[in-house]
Ligand binder design. Sequence first.
Ligand code: HAM
Length: 437
Amino acid sequence: MGQKVQGTEDLYGSHMRAWQRMQDVARELFGAYGFDMIETPALEQVDTFVHGIGESTDVVRKEMFRAFSGALLDGLLAKGSESGLKPRQRMALRPEGTAGVVRAAVENNFVPQGAAPVKLWYAEPMFRGERPQKGRLRQFHQVGVEWLGAPDPASDAECIIMLMEYFKRLGFDPARLTLSINSMGDAACRPAYREKVRSFILDHADEMCEECLERAEVNPLRAFDCKNDYCREVMKGAPLAPENLCDDCAAHYAQVKRYLDAAGVAYAEDSTLVRGLDYYTRTVFEVEVAGSGVGAIGGGGRYDGLMELEGGKPTPGLGFAVGFERIVLALAAQGVELAGEEPSCVYVAGTSADERQAVFVATLSLRQAGIRAEADYQGRSLKSQFKQADKLHALLAVVLGPDEVAAGMATIRDMSTHEQVQVPMAELAEAVVARLS
Ligand code: HAM
């Protein structure tokens, strides 16, 4: 028997309904903020992610699923290296959505210079080669937004406000959500800050783990996220980003906070929040649910240099993404079922095989009127058809017997009260619609 890959899930039933609900709520809310939907390919050239997410990030170094066609793989195995491959032959499954959307924006010129900002949202599977555990999958689903061409701190605040409203509409109790924010500076002030953190780590080399020493060289800010308690303890004394911002970044951060205050959005400033993707500049944020044990349910920030890294003109950008699987787990822990109720239907039953043709016609007429209608396809007895109707959450049953069919009538039965009425077959759909509403 075939088995799914570890860390992947089949989406069906209530899980699928929950995923659809996340998209419905996103479409409505993000639409009100002027966002349109986009879908980019799950398969991109490796360079799109290396340029955007950053060569030194865990996502690019360790977690990207690389993809090769069978024909290419033979050659690769023979050579023992991919060094002979052209850039377009090096592909990976997307580990996140931002790099691909920005690549698409550059390639399709979504934001010509001087044009109004472009606002896009997506709901897509992402792939990361992580060790599977609760809330950490290898194929997971994100709903995300990318807003390109807006440098104004109001856009940072609006993005965060929209994210918190999204969580509220999905059923979270806002009091249990923690929104952490930070500013990571920009090309003007971050290099000097990075260097300060690097020196700090090297000054404390004998107190920190091997990995942090390696990080000091490739990506010192990631040391703030080290899992080792002793490294975390040392990093408590490290220089903090907000104290090392240039004037422009400091003013931007202060203004974002003023907007959030004005909107009544509660936040905690976390000066050690650095995020795992290299493209961020200035504002970064993350949301956790107290006591859920699933880590961040969403995060994002500004990435003013990313369009250039992907080969475009300088264009500011920002966005966020939330994780579907973690949201379902965190909501379930609060007793909230994201999926909602199973869909109901109208069941068309025939008293014997002789009524099959009439059942066929009646079922089609209901579906034409937009009603979810079901019937028997296995030659069941009337009793079993009613049982099946209950299983399918039928609100009404349409019962067709020889007398009804001969008279051009149909019986509509209310499945909970068992009340019955007869209506002319020609008015069936209309009568059912009236009863359902
Ligand atoms: P991220 O923080 O890497 O950001 O991922 C966003 C969310 O995806 C996380 O908060 C988490 O809920 C979910 N997630 C991440 N990895 C996994 C996993 N292995 N299993 C289950 N859920 C996971 C980004 O991806 C950025 N692209 C967000 C962004 C958009 N920044 C700007 N624009």
